[in-house]
Design a binder for this molecule. Sequence first.
Ligand code: GLC
Length: 546
Amino acid sequence: MADFKDKVVYQIYPKSFSDSDGDGLGDLRGVTARLDHLAKLGVDYLWLTPFFPSPQRDNGYDVADYCAVDPHFGTMADLEELIREADKRGMGLMLDMVFNHTSTEHQWFQRALAGEKKYQDYYIFRDGSPDCPPTNWVSKFGGSAWEYLPQLGRWYLHLFDVSQADLNWENPAVRAELAKVLQFWKAKGVKGFRFDVVNLISKPAVFEDDQQGDGRRFYTDGPKVHQYLQELVAAGGIEGMVTVGEMSSTTLENCIGYTAPQRHELSMCFNFHHLKVDYKNGDKWALMPPDLLALKKLFALWQEGMQAGGGWNALFWCNHDQPRAVSRFGEEGEYWSRSAKMLATATHMMRGTPYIYQGEEIGMTNPHFKSIDQYRDVESLNYYQILQEQGKTPAEALEILAARSRDNGRTPMQWDDGPNAGFTAGTPWLGLADSYQTINAAAQWEDPDSILWYYRRLIALRKENKLISEGKIEFLFPEDAQLLAYRRYDPAGSGELLVLCNLTGREISDCLPEGWSGAEKLLGNCPDSAPAGTLRPYECLVLQRA
Ligand code: GLC
């Protein structure tokens, strides 16, 4: 079995990480050039989001060839060098497999378009008249999930952008092709995989209108998804490698199924329920402050639930699809550093494998773009229109994008306070957050009290302390919306940790449970002289006792 309980994964969005050739786009040689930052931080695996040939309609999640490198990112030789150099520093690569759909520029789709029956069966085509899509399902990026092709007189399904055609997993030939892709990369020496929206691969036997929603209930955690995953893992020969599935709108029960070791599916999975606590009525495009009680309940449900079922969580606040956590759940002003450390502590001490998204380790913030011209993401551009069609003014639509756009998490990595934050010598493909003058990696390596050094300590602790990597978890004070509290313990009785995080800008007093006064402080962002049991705004504390 893969070894991942005491490991930490670092997510790299290559397009925004580091540009080695001045074209304004990050690339693989840029990643290699920054490996020492990552090794010093102490992370174990590097998950690289897609760098495969792609028209980049969805920044590489529209893959046109699964087994090659897009020239914008470099060459296969650059990738092999990155694998070798990472390996020398004790880090393994995890590649991002986008197997729910391909780009419509993939040769399979092109051959389907050209009329080859074999490749038409690789996708989900349905007959129908041009004015009536087969079902009323809605694409995750807005609009219908079906596109009509006049040259074939048929519709194809795309749960995401119109250029991302869903693959037909019912077809064994498709499943065999995808297993070959895994074998190819395994042979190159990568150590693991992240599977994009993999719980959407199994579509229902019958396609029908959804009278209650957008169609997701028919294909989310679909009828054969577990069987397909088991088959893929076996046929791809990847059992024993570290794997993580991205699970869209999933359930606890299914995630136990995806990750319990005896099922031979995946090592762990991402779910997003805790990142919807600021969606008003579940709508990402309707703003609301985070509901902290709901957040705590979701953490408790997923942590204790996965533990009870023998599953394993991926722990995270940030990725390339999410706004910056410190801007969203923390504070960008006086408590910027403190709130970033508290948020890190909250997830890194939980049961599961922590993921750090590039820039999170230095507390990068949202860029606060003011004009639609600054946005690049297809989802943001679509929703800018949709929101106005729904009656919002352009200013209101921009305010929503400034909080919710995926571009918030995609601005270039802030390496230093030089031009373009050291990301590129050219013109960056997406603007930087102005904060790079003060928030950057170089400045934080100089400051032992920085967010960066704090992350380094958190990563090291997971390796030193078995209670963190292996201990059981139990949540405390479930009805308190301000204080996130849990203990990690060894059921055999040797040792216990208490984690206390003030999720708010208000002080908390008397938060120490019985028996903890006088316990040893393992970590925290509060001064050692702080009175026991008091947490000022966004403070956190980890205590240990025998
Ligand atoms: C996942 C990716 C996201 C992408 C989508 C479609 O959610 O993280 O970036 O747009 O899948 O592939």
